[in-house]
Write a protein that binds this ligand. Sequence first.
Ligand code: GSH
Length: 228
Amino acid sequence: MTTKTLTLHHLEYSQSFRILWLLEELGHPYELKSYNRDPVSVLAPAEYKAISPIGTAPVITHGEMALAESSAIMDYLADLAPDCGLRPEPGSPDRTRYLFWFHAAQGSMMPILLMQTVLRMTTERVPFFLRPLAKMITGALTKGFIEPRLFALLKQAEADLAKQPYFGGDALSLADILIVYNIEGAQARGLLGAYPKLQDWLARMKARPAFQAATKLDDRPSMILPIK
Ligand SMILES: N[C@@H](CCC(=O)N[C@@H](CS)C(=O)NCC(=O)O)C(=O)O
């Protein structure tokens, strides 16, 4: 019987860092292929888009199968290691909290952070004479929509981390590994000042040997694309 090769196609400065971290936590054998972003578009290069079903990072291949979408990849990898303990069991006390944060990370928080980035980049790119108008519109969207939702999530995270040390409860779970990109992104935007529990959580995650091994393989100062 031939064993299928599991490959993480890792894009620099991207959400695929969290899959790298997960693979290091699992200790599951895998092959790593790293790709740089296109220097002009800053998007994934054409060779990456040819592998990923929807052209985005992360993507894994396992034999003939290619799977994109961070949370789907995480569940797929956890299915390969059913005893990994990274998903609180149905009926266990941490289950609901785990489900909430695993889904809120991608379903609520990530779109807001992405919207903020897109608005910032759009404002920077419009012709200078339109910039005051662009700033007015993005400012209104930021104050009226982005900030209230983002701060509600950060506030809830802070309150939950005051009760239990991990997003999924008493132990590390996929929720922590998934949300790290969001929390690191919030820190890069200077938004964690009022949230000491979140700062402490981030420091604890970064101190984990598997996180450090992933950082070494990634060979970048951060998983977040530097803000110019
Ligand atoms: N919801 C998707 C989002 C993927 C996504 O937007 N990835 C970004 C990297 S952080 C990307 O692929 N950017 C490069 C591109 O769009 O070409 C996931 O979690 O996998």
